[in-house]
Design a protein around this ligand. Structure first.
Ligand code: GUN
Length: 291
């Protein structure tokens, strides 16, 4: 049986340290503040931003939430972002994705001041990350690295296979883990990969970021591998009080029989993602205070 990596506990110990940093900034008159923008009423997005705002409050930080109706224009959203860009009391700006189809996500991301881009999605942040320069790194990839490090899993030299090439997770994670400072041998698999299982079975560390429930089955995993499940899928469940339950991209129980370590869903990667957002907001506030 695999060791279940307790993301919640790891996240909490990091948040304790972050709370100390927030207290120090507050002593200098700075309260790290995140602007959170949600367009529409997607229930999953709503639940994500609530979780983020709660974590900010618990760490002593503030959030300023703005909700726009689903039929808002792109111009309205861009105007809101422009206001936050020039507001000195706002240190970070987060536009919850996905956006409604009539809004151009790329234009919206590009409108955020890179100094407040705590999601690390702006092309300037992406470029800085690829070049290993200072800048914001997306929260989920950063959280996965911390989760592995805090669990004492060797990364340097590991055969590390990522399934899924999204801009939010797969691509930035592949870049981060192949940095000299982390030194993993990274394979990035996607829908065009031939014989996917041949790749996943080679992995010392397998990271599933596909967005399909239970996609990674036990036959795709090598005995003793470390399995990180990034998926958060809502699957119908008549026994659950809200009619659904959360399920990862990994077929959890059978894969848990084979793996050496596995992350649960929920309670694995998710708490670390939010924790890295907290860290990025604190870094943004500290950097803006110095300018
Ligand atoms: N939607 C899913 N994950 C994220 C995230 O990390 N940031 C934002 N802004 N939207 C998301």
């Amino acid at each position: 049986m695999a060791i279940v990596i307790n993301g919640k506990a790891i996240a909490q110990s990091i948040r304790d340290d972050l709370t100390v940093k927030v207290t120090k900034l507050k002593e200098k008159g700075i309260t790290p503040t995140l602007a959170v923008i949600l367009v529409g009423e997607d229930p999953a997005s709503l639940s994500y931003i609530t979780g983020k705002e709660k974590a900010l409050a618990q760490t002593g930080m503030e959030s300023r939430e703005r909700r726009l109706p689903a039929d808002s224009s792109e111009a309205q959203l861009l105007q809101l972002i422009a206001g936050f860009n020039t507001d000195p009391s706002i240190h970070g700006i987060l536009v919850q994705l996905p956006l409604p189809a009539h809004i151009n996500t790329e234009r919206v991301i590009c409108a955020i001041d890179p100094a407040k881009d705590v999601d690390g999605f702006h092309p300037m942040s992406v470029g800085n990350a690829v070049l290993d320069r200072a800048g914001f790194i997306p929260c989920t990839p950063q959280g996965i690295v911390v989760l592995l490090q805090e669990s004492q899993i060797p990364i340097a030299g590991a055969d590390l296979v990522i399934v899924g090439r999204s801009n939010l997770v797969g691509k930035p994670l592949a870049n981060l883990l192949s940095r000299r400072s982390l030194n993993a041998t990274v394979t990035l698999c996607h829908t065009g990969t031939r014989d996917l299982a041949a790749h996943t079975r080679r992995a010392d560390i397998l990271i599933a970021a596909i967005g399909k429930p239970r996609f990674i089955t036990a036959d795709m995993v090598r005995s003793g591998a470390v399995v990180v499940d990034v998926g958060v899928n809502r699957v119908p469940d008549i026994h659950a009080k809200n009619g659904y339950r959360l399920c990862g991209d990994v077929d959890y129980e059978p894969v848990g029989e084979k793996a050496s370590h596995i992350t649960p869903v929920p309670g694995g990667v998710g708490p670390l993602t939010i924790t890295m957002l907290l860290k990025n907001v604190i870094d943004a506030a500290a950097a803006l205070a110095e300018t």
